[in-house]
Design a binder for this molecule. Structure first.
Ligand SMILES: Cc1cc2nc3c(=O)[nH]c(=O)nc-3n(C[C@H](O)[C@H](O)[C@H](O)COP(=O)(O)O)c2cc1C
Length: 219
């Protein structure tokens, strides 16, 4: 008796553009992860323990445009910069949202094929799911912003896609933060701006900076 019943990996990238500045992050959406998951499953199962993989996308907390090797655009929920990296993102449109959702489906399938026992979405620590949920980062006026239901839409779509792909055999969970450590920051609020022509969404999908204030990252 005793011992550990469940282990959950550190967050693994659920999409090709979504590992942010974590250069060494596992890219769960790539099939080459499957043999590595198989090794992990074998090592953990030997002791009667279960192993889940946690999937995430960084969203605006990303320094990808500062990297030469793995340059990638910065996709954000709204035109509000990360308080950590301070860079204005391109606002995600439906195509980008769908791409990230689909990537997480691929990643979850790789977790399943690798023989792990469950999937957890990282909705915590102010990463992408948390940014959609947050009134500090989400000032959208389309179906993904505003009401609680709308701010939850992205998380629900991720869950539905993953469940559709992996079926009902293995557990699927989500980790949430209940304290964002949000505090007023006039400088952050000032930096929120109306989208420029280069933003991906039409102007009607984001709002001015009249919404709540800033946040510090919680994780
Ligand atoms: C270096 C480091 C990396 C972490 N990575 C993750 C992560 O990938 N996913 C996650 O959900 N939590 C992550 N956490 C948060 C931990 O899971 C945990 O919530 C935090 O360390 C607080 O632990 P405590 O509740 O035992 O005090 C990380 C924490 C640290 C210190």
């Amino acid at each position: 008796m005793g011992g550990t019943g469940l282990l959950i990996t550190e967050q693994q990238a659920g999409h090709r553009l979504s590992k942010g500045s974590f250069k060494a992050a596992c890219t769960a959406w790539e099939k080459r992860c499957i043999p590595q998951y198989e090794k992990l499953a074998a090592a953990v199962h030997e002791f009667g323990c279960k192993q889940f993989a946690q999937l995430f996308a960084t969203g605006v907390h990303d320094r990808g445009t500062m990297q030469i090797d793995e340059w990638h655009p910065l996709w954000g929920v709204s035109a509000i910069p990360s308080t950590v990296f301070n860079e204005m993102p391109m606002v995600m449109g439906q195509a980008e949202i769908d791409d990230i959702v689909s990537g997480h489906g691929d990643a979850a399938m790789n977790v399943l094929r690798g023989g792990l026992d469950g999937v957890e979405i990282n909705g915590a620590h102010s990463y992408l799911v948390g940014q959609f949920l947050s009134r500090a980062y989400n000032v959208r006026t389309d179906g993904y912003g505003g009401s609680v239901r709308n701010r939850c839409r992205f998380a629900l779509e991720l869950g539905e896609e993953i469940r559709r792909r992996i079926g009902t055999e293995i557990p699927l969970g989500i980790r949430l933060s209940f304290d964002e450590f949000v505090r007023a920051s006039a400088s952050h609020r000032r930096r929120a701006r109306k989208p420029s022509k280069s933003s991906l969404l039409p102007a009607s999908t984001t709002t001015s900076a009249s919404r709540p204030a800033a946040t510090t990252r919680s994780g």
